[in-house]
Design a protein around this ligand. Structure first.
Ligand code: ASP
Length: 340
C-alpha cells in the first residue's frame, strides 16, 4: 500500500488525533514542562490533569487494568500502580502467556521477561527468569537497587532471592500437559490472536500527571531455549518519556525489536503526532518492509502527556483496556488486515 493511501486510510480510525495540538505546545517548549509560564499553557496543564489518573493495557486484561486504576485513584504513584496491575496477570495461573502458568520453552522451562520504566526515565529489566513469578517487581528492584538496567537468568534469580522474592516452580500441571501434547508434533506456528503470545504491557498516568509503565511476559510459547523477545527491551516492548508519553507493544517480538517500536512511537509523538497516528506509523514501517506480515500479529498502544490514547495492530482482533474516571473499558484497536 502506498504511504499516502495508508495514512489516509488509517487516519479515519484515529482515536486521539487532535492531541497533536497539545503535544506541539509541549514540544515547542524545549525546557522541562515545569518551565511553562503563560496562563494559557497553565490552563492547558490543568485541563490535562483533570483527566487523570488513566491506566491502559494491552488485550482484555480487565482485572489487571482495574487494579491499576484502583491504585491510581488511591493516590498511588504511576509506577506502583503499573506494577500492581500487571501482577494480577503474573499471578493468574490460567494465563498461559504471562507469569506463573505461562507456556514453557521447547525444553519445558517457563522463562519470564519483564521491564519497567518510571517518570524520571529510569528503567529496569529481567530476562529468562525461571523461578520468580513477579518479574515486573523484580525489574523494578534492578532499577532501584543495582547500578544496572538488565539482569538475566540465574543472576536475576539470585538477586531476586536476596531481595526477598520467593523461589517457585512456574510450570503448572496444565501448562505441562499442553507442552507434552505439543511435543508430539513440535512445530512452532503462531496463531494470530488465539495465542501463543499475549504480553501485558501497561501505561499509567497518576494524579500528578506522571507516566510510568511495565511490560511482562512468558514470551512466545515453545520458543527456543534462551530466546528473548521485545517485552523486556526498553525501547522495543516499552518506552516512555514523562514529557511526551509512552508506548507498549505486544505480538511477534522479533519484528518489534527490528523497528524499536515503542521508542519510535514516543519519538513520533515528540515530533507532533497523536498517539493514534504514531501507532499507525510504527505498524506501517513493519508491514511495508516485511512481506511475511500477514503471518504474525503486532499491536501497539500509546498515551501522550495530555492523556490521549491510540492503538493500532496488523490483524483485526486486538483490543486494549482503558481506565479513566472510574470506568474500565475494553476498546477495539484499529488494524491493517481484516480477519476473514
Ligand atoms: N512480545 C512478546 C514476545 O515476543 C509476545 C507477545 O506479546 O505476544 O515475547
Amino acid at each position: 500500500m502506498k504511504r499516502r493511501k495508508f495514512i489516509k486510510k488509517t487516519a479515519l480510525t484515529g482515536i486521539g488525533i487532535a492531541a497533536g495540538t497539545v503535544l506541539s505546545a509541549c514540544n515547542n517548549n524545549s525546557e522541562k514542562t515545569t518551565s511553562i509560564h503563560s496562563t494559557e499553557e497553565k490552563n492547558t496543564m490543568t485541563n490535562m490533569r483533570n483527566q487523570f489518573p488513566i491506566a491502559i493495557c494491552t488485550w482484555a486484561f480487565t482485572n489487571a487494568n482495574a487494579k491499576a486504576g484502583e491504585e491510581l485513584s488511591n493516590n498511588k504513584s504511576a509506577l506502583d500502580a503499573a506494577i500492581s496491575g500487571v501482577e494480577v496477570e503474573e499471578e493468574n495461573l490460567k494465563n498461559t502467556t504471562v507469569g506463573k502458568g505461562g507456556a514453557p520453552d521447547r525444553e519445558g522451562n517457563v522463562t519470564l521477561d519483564a521491564c519497567v520504566m518510571n517518570s524520571d526515565g529510569d528503567c529496569g529489566a529481567v530476562v529468562c527468569v525461571n523461578t520468580i513469578t513477579n518479574v515486573a517487581a523484580l525489574a523494578r528492584k534492578v532499577m532501584e537497587e543495582t547500578p544496572h538496567v538488565m539482569l538475566a537468568g540465574e543472576g536475576a534469580e539470585e538477586f531476586g532471592y536476596r531481595q526477598g522474592f520467593k523461589k517457585e516452580n512456574l510450570l503448572t500441571e496444565a501448562s505441562k500437559r499442553d507442552w507434552e501434547e505439543w511435543k508430539k508434533s513440535p512445530e512452532y506456528k503462531p496463531i494470530i490472536n488465539i495465542e501463543n503470545h499475549d504480553t501485558i504491557g501497561m501505561l499509567t498516568i497518576d494524579k500528578n500527571g506522571d507516566i510510568a509503565g511495565a511490560c511482562t511476559t512468558s514470551g512466545l510459547s515453545y520458543k527456543m531455549k534462551g530466546r528473548v523477545g521485545d517485552s523486556p527491551i526498553i525501547g522495543s516492548g516499552l518506552f516512555l518519556d514523562n514529557e511526551i508519553g509512552g508506548a507498549v507493544a505486544t505480538g511477534m517480538g522479533e519484528e518489534v525489536m527490528k523497528t524499536v517500536g515503542s521508542f519510535l512511537i514516543v519519538e513520533l509523538m515528540r515530533n507532533g503526532m497523536s498517539p493514534q497516528a504514531a501507532c499507525e506509523e510504527a505498524i506501517r514501517r513493519i508491514v511495508t518492509k516485511n512481506k511475511r506480515h500477514k503471518d504474525f500479529q503486532i499491536a501497539y498502544i500509546a498515551i501522550n502527556k495530555a492523556g490521549d490514547v491510540g492503538s493500532y495492530c496488523i490483524h483485526e482482533g486486538f483490543t486494549y483496556m482503558k481506565y479513566q474516571n472510574g470506568k474500565n473499558e475494553n476498546i477495539k484497536s484499529g488494524f491493517v488486515l481484516k480477519t476473514v
